[in-house]
Design a protein around this ligand. Structure first.
Ligand code: AMP
Length: 426
């Protein structure tokens, strides 16, 4: 098969690495890709917002399957446009991607189908939202309805902070995402991510992960897209996984089918494991980044047939095998991230780092300039490792990190600390 992957981050490098290893893959293309992906695939300069251009490219290059990495093209209907042109595409339709694209849509779907989630109310005007916050008190969570690149959620510790968030969101602080806010009860528990593959009718569980969102050690500093992750999530054992499938994933897939928007692709549930059981925080309509980097290290089966089975609607009889061993990834980011940072600094030592046992390095924001790998984004590298324990995976990842010479970058030193503490107690 000729496969075109859309995206340019560490998630896409991990997917490309796994798909390139498939005997089903003849030619792997990636648009736009990065310097690491270029080692697995032919990188093509295509604009992901130009659906017509992508369709034309697929036709002239006999592309058999398009795999969509990021959420923006999914929410913009890239899968609908490709399928309408007779090109197979992995991922949800625009209508199904509302599970990520609209928090209000997802909350109403949960309410109507008895899916456990935080209590909530939706508002279109700041005054009513503020009154609601004052009647509920803090802590309380304020969310913009639409896609807001991670800036649309404020977990407010005081009423004043929550009211300020409402004013920011209705005051145009988030561009297009500012038409509506959702105000939610603040949930208490341990967060974990659960990934399922869906074909419109049947979901099958993939694996679980936990990530570190804060920029600095000790889970301090500003929120980021993710500074590291590990899989599996220790808080989700087999019994909890069954509950999540039964109470959250299955009812969602059934409900989406019933409203005429069958969900195909990866359904990524952000969960709070509370004393009452699992509760949905949010859905994403795609693979996670950096969670995919650890998932792909643990996936024993070929990925390509799984993506095809999701698209073709035949997951019912499908089975995926995983390594039991945990995997962990450390994100190396440009100094200043998630605020202002510079591009163009040279990165050295990648080959020595990749030689550490069990290690794979996935590139997030890199490019080649005059024969050297240089930083080209905020999150730049995902140094990933598998091991017999989280502790071993962590030691391997940090040994590899120590071989990378890049003074203009930084990373957290404690990725996986919670899971390692659990291992020690056990
Ligand atoms: P979201 O974009 O909805 O995943 O929210 C971003 C982060 O905000 C989550 O990963 C949680 O850490 C936090 N969060 C969101 N909703 C809640 C909630 N209802 N209770 C507690 N924390 C939340």
């Amino acid at each position: 098969m000729n496969i075109l992957l859309l995206g340019s981050g560490g998630r896409e490098h991990a997917l490309a690495w796994k798909m390139a290893a498939s005997p089903l893959t003849d030619r792997l293309l990636c648009a736009p890709g990065n310097a690491g992906i270029a080692q697995e695939a032919e990188c093509i300069a295509l604009d992901l917002a130009d659906h017509g251009g992508i369709v034309a490219f697929c036709r002239s290059n006999k592309v058999d399957l398009v795999v969509v990495g990021p959420e923006a093209p999914l929410c913009a209907g890239i899968v609908d446009d490709l399928e309408a042109a007779g090109i197979k595409a992995f991922g949800p339709s625009r209508a199904a991607a509302r599970l990520e694209g609209s928090k209000g849509f997802t909350k109403d779907l949960c309410r109507d189908n008895g899916i456990p989630t935080a209590a909530y109310a939706r508002f279109r005007a700041a005054g009513e939202a503020r009154a609601h916050i004052r009647s509920r008190g803090a802590p309380i969570v304020v969310k913009a309805d639409g896609l807001a690149a991670g800036k649309g959620v404020v977990v407010a510790q005081s009423v004043a902070e929550a009211e300020a968030a409402v004013d920011m969101m209705f005051g145009g602080g988030l561009g297009e995402a500012d038409g509506e806010v959702v105000i939610e009860e603040c949930l208490d528990g341990e967060e974990a991510s659960f990934f399922a593959l869906c074909d419109g009718e049947t979901p099958i569980p993939l694996a679980t992960a936990q990530d570190h969102k804060r920029a600095f050690d000790g889970d301090k500093g500003p929120n980021t897209g993710g500074m590291g992750a590990y899989s599996p999530a220790p808080s989700i054992d087999a019994a909890m996984s069954d509950r999540i499938m039964h109470e959250i994933i299955w009812p969602t897939v059934r409900a989406m089918k019933a409203i005429g928007a069958p969900y195909k692709g990866v359904l990524y549930a952000g969960l709070m494991i509370t004393s009452e059981g699992p509760k949905l925080i949010e859905y994403n309509a795609r693979f996670g980044d950096p969670e995919t980097q650890v998932l792909m290290l643990r996936l024993m089966s070929d990925l390509v047939p799984a993506l095809l089975a999701s698209r073709d609607g035949i997951l019912k009889t499908f089975d995926l095998r995983w390594y039991d061993n945990p995997a962990l990834t450390v994100v190396m980011a440009a100094n200043g991230y998630p605020g202002h940072y510079a591009r163009g600094s040279a990165i050295e030592g990648l080959d020595e780092a990749a030689a550490v046992e069990g290690v794979e390095i996935f590139h997030a924001g890199t490019k080649v300039e005059a024969g050297r790998i240089v930083a080209n984004g905020g999150r730049v590298l995902n140094v990933s490792a598998i091991g017999k324990t989280v502790r071993e995976a962590q030691a391997r990842a940090y040994q590899a990190v120590s071989r990378i010479r890049w003074p203009e970058g930084f990373y957290r030193h404690d990725i996986g600390w919670r899971a390692i503490e659990r291992e020690r107690r056990a």
